[in-house]
Design a protein around this ligand. Structure first.
Ligand SMILES: CCCCCCCCCCCCCC(=O)CC(=O)SCCNC(=O)CCNC(=O)[C@H](O)C(C)(C)COP(=O)(O)OP(=O)(O)OC[C@H]1O[C@@H](n2cnc3c(N)ncnc32)[C@H](O)[C@@H]1OP(=O)(O)O
Ligand code: NAI
Length: 310
């Protein structure tokens, strides 16, 4: 009987610790996505550690978050600029920056990874985090295209690993896809859904299938657009106009590719081509490859399919 009670109380405490509300979040990668995720997590009351490779990169991310928050505050505090300043400074004060991911990971409830779209680099990061983070910490990746199970395989916490796939720009886009692998346990999955909702997002659930829901549909559409241009059938400008005015999309496929980043876009296509080489859909795009090889990565560099003011 004593043994049964011990096991019973251990399982209660394990499950209640896994179910504990997520308060401290570590976001790794402070680029387009990581900075947006950190900003919204802090704006919804979470304590956030934001990690990147250098203090210089982190400084630029903090400045970008400030700009985004100014846009939010301008609307929210239209008649109260002082209130707007307090709003911004309170959110910013909940974000600490760090260059060593293992430091905040040692004391965090959730790690959200938003680094470069490369399986080896993500696996290497999570392997080191697995050694540093406590038992209860949940790991999540914001990958656009890599299998969550492949990233999780670098750790010993397959049951506490899932996907949280946000959309760009995170402060404006209302969706987060919550991904469970066959190993993700129910407590972890529920914590991830609850966290998505606590960030003010609408959550949808998806299995660990290539592209999840949105990118499974979006990537073929965008690739068809680039093939139209490569065949000389229509210009990027006309395709964008057509999809905005004819299909009601807020951005056309080329504007969106520049917004997402052509480097990230290429990582996604190259990864799927390597995995599904026989699929005609994922054949490399000479036009995209040319732009990336010239360092024209879209809005982040000031030039991609279009020129952008920096
Ligand atoms: C064709 C090339 C082929 C390549 C191969 C294909 C590869 C496939 C790549 C797939 C990539 C997948 C990436 C991924 O995993 C998933 C994604 O995230 S996909 C991207 C999803 N996002 C979208 O689709 C964005 C669509 N665009 C919009 O919704 C709007 O355009 C946007 C909200 C971005 C901007 O709105 P717009 O009216 O155009 O401009 P404004 O500047 O006037 O903004 C409106 C409004 O919003 C406020 N705002 C905008 N950005 C921010 C921000 N970052 N922070 C805070 N606030 C922001 C702004 O202040 C305005 O507010 P007002 O009150 O209206 O003034
Ligand atoms: N750009 C987009 O629209 C979307 C991207 N994603 C995914 O989010 C992830 C990040 O994408 P972006 O933010 O666009 O990329 P980004 O290039 O803007 O930012 C990536 C950041 O990660 C940092 N980084 C790289 N390796 C690191 C490491 N080992 N440790 C710490 N930091 C490291 C880089 O310095 C950079 O600041 C990718 O997996 C991408 O597929 C998901 C949804 C939308």
């Amino acid at each position: 009987m004593a043994q049964f009670l011990q096991v019973f109380s251990r399982s209660i405490s394990a499950s209640s610790s896994a179910m504990a509300q997520i308060k401290h979040v570590t976001v790794i990668g402070s680029g387009l996505m990581g900075s947006g995720i950190a900003q919204v997590a802090a704006a919804t009351g979470h304590n956030v550690a934001l990690v990147d490779q250098t203090d210089d990169i982190l400084g630029k991310s903090m400045a970008n978050m400030n700009k985004s928050l100014q846009r939010v505050a301008k609307k929210k505090f239209a008649d109260d600029p002082k209130g707007g300043e307090t709003f911004i400074s309170e959110i910013i004060s909940r974000i600490k920056t760090e260059t060593d991911p293992t430091v905040p990971a040692a004391n965090t409830d959730l790690v959200i990874e938003a680094i470069v779209e490369n399986l080896d680099v993500k696996q290497k990061l999570f392997k080191s985090l697995d050694e540093a983070a406590p038992q209860h910490t949940i790991f999540a990746s914001n990958t656009s295209s890599l299998p969550i199970g492949d990233i999780a395989a670098s750790t010993k916490r397959l049951d506490r690993f899932g996907g949280l796939h946000y959309f760009n720009p995170v402060p404006m886009m209302k969706l987060v896809e919550v991904i469970r692998t066959p190993d993700t346990n129910d407590e972890t999955f529920k914590s991830l859904v609850d966290f998505g909702k606590a960030m003010g997002k609408v959550t949808v659930e998806c299995k660990d299938t290539p592209g999840f829901i949105v990118n499974r549909l979006l990537v073929p559409y965008m690739l068809e657009a680039v093939r139209l241009v490569e065949r000389g059938d229509a210009s990027p400008r006309d395709i964008d106009t057509a999809m905005k005015l004819g299909a009601g999309y807020p951005m056309g496929p080329f504007e969106l590719a520049d917004y997402v980043g052509l480097d990230t876009t290429k990582f996604i296509i190259d990864g799927w081509y390597e995995k599904f080489p026989e699929n005609p859909l994922f054949q490399p795009s000479p036009l995209l490859n040319k732009l990336v090889s010239e360092g024209n990565l879209g809005m982040k560099t000031g030039k991609g399919f279009y020129s952008h003011k920096k």
